[in-house]
Write a protein that binds this ligand. Structure first.
Ligand code: ZN
Length: 276
């Protein structure tokens, strides 16, 4: 079985003791590609270092909305240079977070920082890895509206110029919106990332939503070291556990885990153009 984990923070300090073993376990479990997104300039560099070291690892570079203040005019050029690296296949994770950041001034700043990073994606033709989190994790709300509103400018431009990002702009990481938002995102060309919460007992409505999504738009992600799926919930998450997410989607969509692994790996390869 060939699996892909399109979101794992392997540079995180929780992997300092055994990072090599974690990556080898993932490879042994059939995870042939792992995408490591940065959240700051510093962690973006660390993601690139891992991508240079392991053929199975790819990097995304970007500044996370909760770190938005760390991106300045000064280091923007540095981020741009990092984004040009051949193993950087996406810009992220970037986005909006109104869960941890509630002040409207700071939320406004997140939008500015998001837009400036979409400029890099636009110039280098690399898709977006988008983080969206709402207060109380609502399934609808201003984060989605705000994102779509910002993206409107870019979509119009991309469609007008026949830019490839107009067809495949990126992935909404760990998507937890409702079916209407999912339909809207899919219509705009986004893929939706499915993470550990799909396995949590109480998340019946989330599974119901996933059941109604087209498989050719789903990516599976661990978000390691966070969001460990059942049956390892509560532990440190790692890419090898992406199998549990594939198993759950297989169950929901009445397919075999092998089919889900193949489909989601092909989806990732199409979006990130990393072969296979
Ligand atoms: Zn993340």
């Amino acid at each position: 079985m060939q699996l892909t984990d399109t979101h794992c923070h392997l540079y995180w300090h929780k992997f300092d003791e055994d990072r090599e073993a974690v990556i080898q376990r993932a490879i042994k479990a059939g995870v042939t590609k792992m995408l490591v997104p940065g959240t700051t300039i510093e962690t973006s560099k660390q993601a690139i270092e891992l991508a240079e070291k392991y053929p199975q690892v790819y990097a995304a570079v970007g500044v996370h909305p909760t770190d938005a203040e760390t991106l300045s005019q000064d280091n923007f050029d540095e981020l741009y240079k990092l984004a040009e690296h051949e193993k950087v296949i996406a810009i992220g994770e970037i986005g909006l977070d109104y869960y941890w950041v509630k002040e409207s001034e700071k939320q406004k700043h997140q939008k500015t920082v998001f837009n400036s990073q979409v400029q890099i994606a636009d110039a280098l033709n690399k898709p977006l890895v988008i983080h969206l989190r709402e207060l109380n994790d609502a399934t609808e709300g201003p984060v989605f509206d705000d994102l779509f509103e910002m993206m409107e400018y870019w979509f119009n431009k991309w469609l007008y110029l026949n830019h490839p990002l107009g067809l495949a702009p990126g992935v909404l990481h760990s998507f937890n919106g409702n079916i209407d938002l999912a339909a809207k995102a899919i219509k705009l060309g986004f893929c939706l990332g499915v993470t550990g919460p799909v396995t949590y007992t109480k998340n019946e409505s989330h599974r119901e939503m996933i059941k109604n999504l087209p498989l050719h738009r789903l990516l599976i992600e661990t978000d390691s070291p966070f969001l460990a799926p059942v049956p390892v919930r509560g532990k440190r998450n790692e890419p090898a556990f992406v199998r549990h997410i594939a198993d759950k989607i297989a169950e929901i969509h009445s397919k075999s885990p092998v089919e889900i692994a193949e489909i989601t790996s092909a989806n990732a390869a199409r979006l990130f153009t990393w072969g296979d």
